[in-house]
Design a protein around this ligand. Sequence first.
Ligand code: SF4
Length: 484
Amino acid sequence: MSGLFGVVSKNNCISSLYYGTDYHTHLGTEYGGIAFIGKHGMPVKKIHDIKNSQFKSKFYEGSDKIKSHMGIGVISDKDPQPLTFESKFGAFAICCAGLVANKGALTHELIQKGVSFSEIDHGEINTTELVAHLINQGKGITYGIDHMFDKIIGSISLLLLTKKGIYCARDRHGVTPLVIGEKDTEIAVASETCAFPNLGFSVKKYLTPGEIVRISKKGMEQRRKGLQNSKICAFLWVYTGFPASSYEGVNVEKVREGCGRFLAKRDTVQADLVSGVPDSGVAHAIGYAMESKIPYRRVLFKYTPGYGRSYTPLSQELRDRIALMKLIANEAIASGNRIVLCEDSIVRGTQLKNYTIEKLRVAGAKEVHVRPACPPLLFPCIYNLSTRSTQELVARRAIKALEGRDVDDISAYLDPTSEKYKAMVDWIAKDIGATSLQYQVVDDMVKAIGLPKERLCLYCWVGKGVQKNLLSYEERCSEILVQH
Ligand code: SF4
């Protein structure tokens, strides 16, 4: 997913915009961008490629010369954004987070109506541009956003900047969060609440699914009521979110500790120490250690937070290089010990196998018992880019190996009490080189989050989403625009 931040102020707010956007760096690795209202009342945008450098370094130079009382920013996991438009509603800038699964069909429909697209990269339309054109079909901005929600399959949350204020809209299913914060002279909107404390903001309101508000110097004004039946992404707490953030008022770090506690409650393994794979595995391990009374010690260190997430970059080569370089095993702690190793999740299994467990073995670990904080990932995400095709998921590779072919009905592998589930877990344990492997169960993960099960998106694990007609990753690839 991408991270969004926006701010309006009675004074110059570029510093808040700059740091507030930067506090979303953990949510994207491709582009960082800001747009602000310039001298002539028109939006001005600046976008930088942040694949090999940080948002901070790219935007630091010259930021003190910019003055504005209103702006939006984004750390983008795929497309360059924000984008600016002149339209029947006047000039605006827009950035968004989420995914449009029926992008090809919607693009084709708009082109038939005479709409032109300019932001094409590798044959694919920029999602933010498509969203903007859909909004332009409405009779007003709020109507337009609502129209866009009607048309898309998937989830889009967005910020839209005009000279009158910032429209903040949370996707209709509530998959991606947006929260409003305030302080004396400023109102902000963010994907993550971790952007608020150091900038002096306190949480005013979590937007509800489909809700649209406009923030301006006059305050916050609701433009469209939200819905109550959210399906917020459970993976935010397990892996994606920053530990100091809260979604729907539920703190990420506390949920991770809870996940670790639930893992320990079901475990009987004998071990000398508990450790976590940095960064997100650490809090899961702390929770496990608190519950099991086995000491928490650090056997793995991340050399620098400057390395991106190992599975977010789109090229396998870059993922492998990052995975190899970023973690260092500490032989002084690992050697001779039986280790419980907590990890947020296992996607492909390659990082755990080649760059984590192998490193601990070389460092002298006697046993490595892997405990992922969420159940086996069996279905690729349909709302974000975070996981890839079905074939890449290690649990699916296990099923294929056990069945000798691809199978459509995998329901037996979803039941943690079934023989098939056990065989799948044993296959994965052997594949990654773990002494033992025990996954979290869905209900324990839900209990650790603390929200009602029906308010969470659990599609990655159970294969049931909020929309029945979403496209698979493979189908999404075939939606790439063919240019004529
Ligand atoms: S499919 Fe998984 S990663 Fe995607 S929104 Fe749902 S829970 Fe989150």
